[in-house]
Design a protein. Structure first.
Length: 395
């Protein structure tokens, strides 16, 4: 699931005080996720709609767009912890906890509930007369499907699983802050990694041939991914910058690519360290981009179009699968007549997401132009000049 792309207050400008490359990385992540649900199955060898083996063998990495969710989780930890690392927010009292939870709920829940309930009505899963419907409503209300082996990816909108993980991490976040302060980021990160490895290992061992998704993909399996983002925020605020930022950024991308090759070639148990390898690659990319002052690599993530996509990533994420299902009437975009259907899908997705972003995510924002980075820069204030006579007494 995408991280919330703005301060927790609903009437804030999401671009204000934001790091442009962070917005751009969100944009790259949402592009990867949408690609995955449109076309990823065609490049996955064990898929029923996979392309010819020689194509899937050479282009297997095109079936891994879902790792954009891993990038979202790293960025969530970074963005959530940044104001606390800067000392602009605290978690010292019960009032601080309450304020955090209220702001976080106001940021995540309105759009989540709207989309979930709308999908429930449109998909009729389960039907209205079914006694399972109340259980489904309870599951949606508390994002409890993230703990259910058979409902982890809700049929009404499967990508909501990561949003459920995000909601539950937000609930746990104050405890993570206390752990950072008591044990430090390194020990907290190591402890979270150990817990996640145990969770993933159990998820694989307890269900041979399959996996228990809440254990391999849920909150307990991603704690160190969020914690890694928090550690990045702390080092960034401390003024730590990498010496060769371009090399570090490209090295991080290479580590992600190596992780994909390893996952494709190795067996089932490589899934345990896989998420950490990918997250470390993303962390290196983030650190490198944050250290860049200029250049083509920075411009690739700091340009306006990809930033706007990143700022809209929450809305794009929650709407992209329901629209795919109803526009294409399939779980992936059929390749037949794609020239006609794909532009229609992208037009609807961008339009619906833009309206959702403007009126649901930031309905209280008075300056809608700033939400899309189309605000005109303020005119420079003229500096008055003072003419001093040559013969004036300056002593």
């Amino acid at each position: 699931m995408p991280p919330s792309n703005a301060p927790d207050t609903r009437n804030d400008n999401p671009a204000a005080g934001k790091l442009d490359v962070i917005n751009g990385l969100r944009g790259a992540a949402i592009i990867a996720v949408v690609w995955h649900h449109l076309f990823g199955l065609y490049f996955k060898p064990d898929s029923v709609i996979a392309l010819a083996p020689e194509i899937t063998h050479r282009l297997f990495f095109l079936s891994y767009g879902w790792i954009g969710v891993q990038l979202f989780f790293v960025l969530s930890g970074f963005v959530l912890y940044l104001p606390f690392a800067r000392g602009k927010a605290g978690m010292e009292t019960r009032a601080d906890w309450k304020q955090f939870y209220l702001r976080r709920a106001a940021r995540l829940l309105p759009l989540y509930y709207l989309v979930a309930l709308l999908c429930l009505v449109l998909n009729q899963v389960p039907p209205v007369h079914d006694l399972r419907l109340p259980l489904e409503l309870v599951s949606i209300a508390g994002a409890l499907f993230t703990f259910a082996p058979h409902g982890f990816q809700p049929h009404l909108n499967p990508p909501l699983w990561s949003l459920g993980v995000e909601i539950w991490f937000s609930i746990l976040f104050p405890a993570m802050i206390l752990a950072f302060r008591r044990w430090g980021p390194v020990r907290t990160l190591l402890a979270a990694t150990a817990l996640s490895w145990v969770s993933r290992g159990l998820g694989l061992a307890l269900s041979p041939g399959h996996q228990i998704l809440p254990l391999t993909m849920g909150l307990s399996a991603n704690l160190e991914i969020f914690a890694l983002g928090m550690a990045l925020a702390q080092t960034y605020v401390a003024g730590v910058r990498v010496r060769w930022p371009q090399l570090v950024t490209l090295g991080g991308a290479a580590l992600v690519a190596l992780s994909l090759i390893t996952a494709e070639a190795a067996g089932r148990w490589v899934q345990i360290p896989f998420s950490d390898m990918v997250a470390l690659g993303f962390a290196a990319m983030i650190a490198g981009l944050l250290s860049l002052e200029a250049g083509w690599l920075r411009a690739a993530f700091a340009n306006r179009p990809i930033q706007v996509l990143g700022m809209m990533c929450f809305s794009l994420y929650v709407w992209h699968e329901p629209l795919l299902r109803h526009v294409f009437e399939a779980d992936a975009a059929p390749l037949d007549d794609l020239a006609r259907t794909l532009p229609l899908y992208l037009f609807l997705l961008l339009g619906v997401a833009a309206l959702s972003y403007r009126f649901i995510e930031f309905g209280r924002s008075a300056n809608w132009r700033a939400l899309f980075l189309i605000d005109r820069p303020a005119a420079p204030v003229p500096v008055p000049t003072i003419t001093v006579p040559r013969d004036a007494d300056l002593g």
